[in-house]
Design a protein around this ligand. Structure first.
Ligand code: 1GP
Length: 245
């Protein structure tokens, strides 16, 4: 039977296993990072890899996905737009930026991507992507031309996720933006967790084990780190010890 990423993640959620994801931006992928993951202690690898970025200026997506696949962990596309698709991955977060009011990221890019995704046999996970204000403007905010939900407006984030669920979305991503000054608050994560059933991803500005732990405790099923891993790949060792994943 073919591996199903979403069911595997749901099974982990059911058994209260938290999932650590490393986000790889193909533009920032280096020989050193590849070497580190390939030759390091395999027990320190994250549970899954996400691959994508707000803006890709290189052609390395397929190559990076193929290299990550060799590590034996699920690789999920986290596309910044409809160009970031390859059937080399296990699945794609087929997402709509539901916190925004820009039709291009609510449905436009998805229409461009639909044929390729259907024909590729890629597993699609319908996901509501919810951008939260986090201090300084972030790349995703600028590139999507959308306004994030104010950081303290938990009720808006909760209603947004609920609307996504009612529209059929089975996963949600609370996003502070790559390199965010402040991550999404525990209170907001907790509120959204109580509002919807699906898989809950949380990412943006997460840099150390204590903060990551608090996001899991607040209700995140999958915590995503990108910049912190790029800056210090050894963080994975610390996290695997502290988080016992
Ligand atoms: C960005 O949530 C991810 O989409 C990861 O953010 O780079 O800040 O870890 P960081």
């Amino acid at each position: 039977m073919q591996f199903n990423t979403e069911n595997w993640l749901l099974e982990r959620k059911k058994t209260k296993k938290k999932t650590l994801a490393v986000l790889v931006d193909p533009d920032k992928w280096t020989k050193e990072l590849n070497f580190f993951l390939r030759n390091g202690d395999k027990s320190h690898l994250p549970d899954i890899f996400l691959v994508g970025g707000s803006l890709l200026s290189t052609n390395f997506l397929e190559k990076v996905v193929a290299q990550l696949k060799e590590l034996g962990k699920p690789v999920i596309l986290f596309p910044g737009n409809s160009l970031q698709i390859t059937d080399k991955a296990d699945a794609i977060l087929f997402m709509s930026l539901i916190s925004g009011r820009n039709p291009e990221f609510l449905i436009g890019q998805q229409i461009h991507a639909a044929h390729r995704v259907k024909e590729s046999n890629l597993e699609a996970i319908p996901l509501g992507y919810i951008l939260i204000e986090s201090g300084a403007p972030t790349s995703v905010q600028y590139m999507s031309n959308t306004q994030p939900i104010p950081a303290a407006k938990n009720d808006i984030a909760m209603s947004t996720a609920m609307a996504g669920e009612l529209l059929g979305m089975r996963a949600f991503y609370l996003e502070a933006g790559s390199g965010a000054d402040s991550p999404v608050s525990d209170e907001m994560i907790c509120g959204v967790r109580k509002s919807v059933e699906g898989l809950l991803f949380v990412g943006g500005g997460l840099r150390d084990a204590a903060v990551i732990k608090s996001k899991f405790k607040a209700g995140a099923d999958i915590v995503v780190i990108g910049t912190a891993f790029e800056n210090n790949p050894n963080l994975l060792k610390e996290l695997s010890e502290e988080l016992e994943y």
